[in-house]
Ligand binder design. Sequence first.
Ligand SMILES: Nc1ncnc2c1ncn2[C@@H]1O[C@H](COP(=O)(O)OP(=O)(O)OP(=O)(O)O)[C@@H](O)[C@H]1O
Length: 289
Amino acid sequence: MAADLTISTDTARVGRAASRLADGTERPPAPVVFTLEGMNVSYGSHRAVREVSMEIREREITALIGPSGCGKSTVLRSLNRMNDMVPGARVSGTVEYHGLDLYADDVDPIEVRRRIGMVFQKPNPFPKSIYENVAYGLRVEGRRSRSELDDRVEEALTGAALWDEVKDKLRESGFALSGGQQQRLCIARAIAVRPEVVLMDEPCSALDPIATARIEDLMTKLSDDFTIVIVTHNMQQAARVSDRTAFFTADTDSEGVRHGRLVEFDETERIFNRPADQRTEGYISGRFG
Ligand SMILES: Nc1ncnc2c1ncn2[C@@H]1O[C@H](COP(=O)(O)OP(=O)(O)OP(=O)(O)O)[C@@H](O)[C@H]1O
């Protein structure tokens, strides 16, 4: 029953996915960025996730939640062809980006990853200065004047809510920053090339609560400009920041092999307060997973 749920209506974000505005009028849904239809991902002979169908919409925050091993990171990595780097990984079914097959032969995975950036679990600055960490992708893109680079580095660091803290030490190593600052530096690096989408794989799991809160605030701000997809183990985080939530679970087949599948995908407020599936309710109320 909804009354048992540990996450109350007050905490679940009634975000921009809500189909009605506060005054009750209908709001048209945002344009679709990704369409997954019957997507399967295998590692060798192991089908890690199967039959995933969902749409990810523009400038929304979509959270992927579910117990360990249900395939959240696998699904996330399929959105910018990061799985291409994993030997034996194979994606089948439909994965469209703005209606185009993301896995078509003529699609350049490097260009895909420029448009669809990624932030990882552990902050992973390059062994370079703060400035060069952010400038890196811009330099790879091609020649730019010094002042253009300076402007873009400032823009990205401001966008990642880090500029004020680092503007006087841009030549210092990225490693000299705190964990939370390093993660914001990685976000700055990701957004410096002005991607359309930022994928975040448990971006706060290595951070303390204060640094986590800053990143959550930042995500909300970033969603004004970027489409964000986040994997999180932290259900309160999904409830606080996301507009839509996808709940995955893993079924065990007769041979004891686990296959991840999408159980339910809806507006976050619905998933946390009125889930349609018992398994979703069991998971978010802490009775399962
Ligand atoms: N590089 C890989 N090679 C082989 N199998 C993999 C690889 N990455 C993931 N898997 C398998 O795919 C399944 C889904 O893993 P995945 O990491 O996507 O799940 P997850 O829900 O993100 O888990 P967690 O919450 O623990 O990070 C698991 O059975 C895992 O062992």
